[in-house]
Write a protein that binds this ligand. Structure first.
Ligand code: DP6
Length: 361
């Protein structure tokens, strides 16, 4: 599919007003997206587990307006006006206008809330943009009822990508691949796809406990970090490595080989942070407690053979990953040894999920 396939035919219906409501989960990348080309095209393919508990719920009320020259929307975050989110949404609407040509004909009231605590340091852009893209697609479906389900979800992912790259992996479950990679049939730079190959049952119920090391604002945003991959001395090798890691994961995901899975996932996390440290300007998002936790995970795994592992996103928090059968042992370990490294002892249990859901009003 190309961008043109997402341009709609003329709409048949023009409802005066209505309301739609969607819940979209967060996701955690196993092979990381880090570096992009213009128009939100990733520099390399990535793959993620869709999460379950960490999610954004968004409702959009839409009402026809007479002046169709500008975008018009109000925004409530957790019940209160949120002016600092508005520029990001304005940019999003500008990027997607050609694909949703009804946007200037309506006034939107967007109400959004996260299941995870405010300023937990968990990126909300993936789940937030995914939920908003799904709401807008739901409105488009009212204007063009013939839209089929597969197109609905693919276009939602396409739109979400234009809001935040990783958001395109937050539409469906449970493993989503985004970015053209020749051996993965159907893969595209434009949207995420459900991983099309065999996935062993161990990876369909994987657990992710997010250890909240640092809840404050990150000192460097992902968007700035991606830009620093331009002219980065190791960029090309890194992009090649992501392709190679996707290939290596294929038999591992099929066989349920947790030991080999851990090697790739931990290496990906550390490579992501190594890229940050080697960019110009350079920066470090890990905190001392991030490293304490990583070392404790390694020591615990070595001593007990319980296959706990970690990954990181662009921040200090640690995602501890483990098979569901080790849940009790992992939780005990967290309470005994890791919670002390979390800000106010905070952590959130999550697991692999099945993707976004429509909420009936
Ligand atoms: C480190 O999707 O937040 O989490 O496209 O600029 O919005 P933008 O970036 P974003 O980048 C996420 C980067 C990452 C890795 C990943 O999720 O693959």
């Amino acid at each position: 599919m190309t961008e043109k396939d997402f341009l709609p035919n003329p709409y048949q219906n023009w409802p005066k007003e209505g309301k739609v409501n969607w819940k979209a989960p967060s996701n955690i990348a196993l092979v990381k997206y880090w570096g992009k080309k213009p128009n939100q095209i990733p520099a390399n393919p990535s793959i993620s587990f869709t999460l379950d508990a960490c999610a954004t719920t968004t409702s959009v009320h839409f009402e026809q307006k007479t002046n169709a020259d500008t975008f018009s929307f109000g925004l409530l975050f957790e019940g209160k006006p949120k002016p600092d989110f508005k520029p990001k949404i304005q940019t999003f609407l500008e990027r997607i206008e050609a694909y949703l040509p009804f946007l200037k004909k309506y006034h939107f009231t967007i109400e959004t809330s996260n299941s995870f605590p405010h300023s937990s340091g968990i990126a909300s852009s993936a789940s937030g943009m995914a939920a908003l893209a799904l709401c807008l697609m739901d409105i488009e479906k009212q204007l063009a009822p013939q839209i089929r389900d597969d197109h609905f979800y693919t276009k939602a992912s396409f739109l979400a990508r234009l809001g935040s790259g990783s958001a395109c992996r937050s539409i469906r479950g449970s493993l989503v691949e985004w970015g053209y990679h020749e051996p993965i049939s159907g893969s595209s730079d434009l949207y995420g796809i459900t991983y099309p190959y065999e996935v062993h049952s161990v990876f369909q119920k994987y657990c992710d406990t997010i250890l909240l090391v640092h809840k404050g604002q990150k000192q460097v945003s992902s968007t700035v970090g991606h830009q620093l991959m331009h002219g980065h001395p190791y960029a090309e090798n890194r992009f090649q490595q992501a392709h190679a890691n996707l290939d290596k994961l294929r038999p591992i995901l099929a066989n349920g080989d947790v030991e080999e899975f851990i090697k790739i996932v931990e290496s990906e996390a550390l490579t992501l942070h190594a890229m940050m440290m080697a960019s110009m300007p350079y920066f470090i998002l890990m905190k001392p407690d991030t490293l304490e936790i990583i070392n404790k995970i390694w020591a615990f795994r070595e001593a007990t053979k319980v296959p706990v592992s970690f990954t990181l996103d662009a921040g200090a928090n640690v995602h501890m990953l483990y098979p569901e059968e080790y849940r009790e042992k992992a939780l005990q370990f967290i309470q005994d040894e890791l919670a002390q490294h979390c800000e106010n002892g905070g952590y959130i249990h999550d697991q692999v999920g099945q993707g976004a859901t429509k909420i009936k009003s």
